[in-house]
Ligand binder design. Structure first.
Ligand code: TRP
Length: 358
């Protein structure tokens, strides 16, 4: 049986190397997995979560809408194949919002406020006592994203685990409340032995807001500027000085991306002993990263020449995704007894139904 995968990103900027190692690479791999008779193991739906992005960008919607094409280009450039994975825009499937409304009745304010990821984000974003309602409840809307597809697997970073727990809580609660088995519980697929890619400055996380990211769309020149600015060992002043490998971003990246592990080990030994300059290491980092990124960049530039074609891919993906969601919604409404079928009954029947049953 083909398993359904649902995952996605908020379109608040172009995607970076952290996204690539943390999730994009894995999505491409999953999309291409097949059993011995060639049947795809997974059907991936990939969501561009524009509504979720609006929950903390209400006043600057162009920041969200303006990045949809960017994210789609990144997806296609890394090898997400629209004939296998349906890429879609969240806001264009209104049933996801509808499902969110039904779900909101099934949990309490306390339960929503308990989500540790949202709590942490609220602290980071300095909302003070002005937390937008939409932001507070975005885990419920994320549950609707996932359950609208009855997804089996949700590939995400470990920060998203609380969202999956909320999703499964809502699935159970729905089934229990309406005496149904419409929803199944899903499983988070967190990349194994993966440590989050550090930023250029050595901070724990590569992110747009920390301004320490290498973007998939960066040109060779931009990449080199960033590699040159990479955090190394601040005490490694003269070439002859022994240098520290631990915490040195150059070596972290070489560990993550260089295929020639023996060469990396030789460089590390040399650096630790002294006699190897930062510039020499950085040149190798550049070589390794550019080899990885230049095919992606070239594909992206090619695709970017024809934005209409990309929008067509999104339109088709959204149509495919919506038809899947409509299947679920039919079951949801039947389970809740709100499948009124107003168009199909006489006016008298309609009135009777509305008066007696609602
Ligand atoms: N919250 C995710 C993020 O910030 C994006 C997202 C929205 C998502 N809906 C989802 C991820 C559903 C997985 C499944 O990256």
């Amino acid at each position: 049986m083909t398993q359904i995968i649902l995952t996605g990103d908020r379109p608040t900027g172009p995607l970076h190397l952290g996204h690539y190692v943390g999730s994009l690479q894995n999505r491409v791999k999953l999309q291409n997995e097949a059993d011995s008779s060639g049947v795809a193991k997974y059907k991936p739906y990939i969501l561009i979560a524009d509504m979720q992005a609006l929950t903390d960008n209400a006043g600057t919607p162009e920041k969200v809408s303006g990045n949809i094409l960017e994210v789609a280009l990144d997806y296609l450039a890394v090898g997400i194949d629209p004939s296998k994975s349906s890429i879609f825009i969240q806001s264009q499937i209104p049933e996801i919002s509808e499902l969110t409304m039904y779900f909101l009745n099934l949990l309490t304010l306390n339960q929503v406020e308990r989500n540790p990821t949202v709590k942490e984000e609220i602290r980071q974003k300095d909302f003070g006592n002005k937390v937008p309602m939409g932001f507070l409840i975005y885990p419920v809307s994320q549950a609707a994203d996932i359950l609208a597809f009855n997804a089996d697997l949700v590939p995400v970073g470990s920060d998203q685990i609380p969202m999956i727990e909320d999703t499964n809580m809502i699935a159970r609660k729905f089934n229990q409340t309406y005496g149904t088995e419409v929803f199944k519980e899903c499983e988070a697929l967190v990349p194994e032995n993966f440590s989050r890619l550090v930023g250029l400055d050595g901070k724990a996380k590569m992110s747009k807001s920390l301004n320490n990211a290498i973007y998939l769309k960066d040109t060779s020149d931009e990449l080199w500027q960033k590699v040159r600015a990479m955090y190394t060992d601040p005490d490694h002043i003269k070439v002859e000085d022994p240098g520290k490998v631990e915490g040195n971003v150059c070596f972290t990246y070489l560990d993550a991306f260089a295929e020639d592990k023996a060469k990396v080990q030789t460089l590390k030994d040399h650096y630790s002993k002294g006699g190897l300059g930062d510039m020499a290491v950085k040149k190798y980092v550049m070589e390794v990263l550019d080899a990885k990124l230049s095919p992606i960049r070239e594909r992206r530039e090619e695709l970017a020449k024809n934005p209409d074609r990309v929008m067509e891919i999104l339109a088709k993906g959204t149509e495919e995704a919506r038809s899947k969601v409509l299947e679920t919604m039919t079951k949801v409404k039947a389970a809740m007894g709100i499948d009124y079928q107003l168009g199909k009954t006489s006016r008298k029947d309609k009135l009777k139904k509305l008066l007696n049953e609602v």
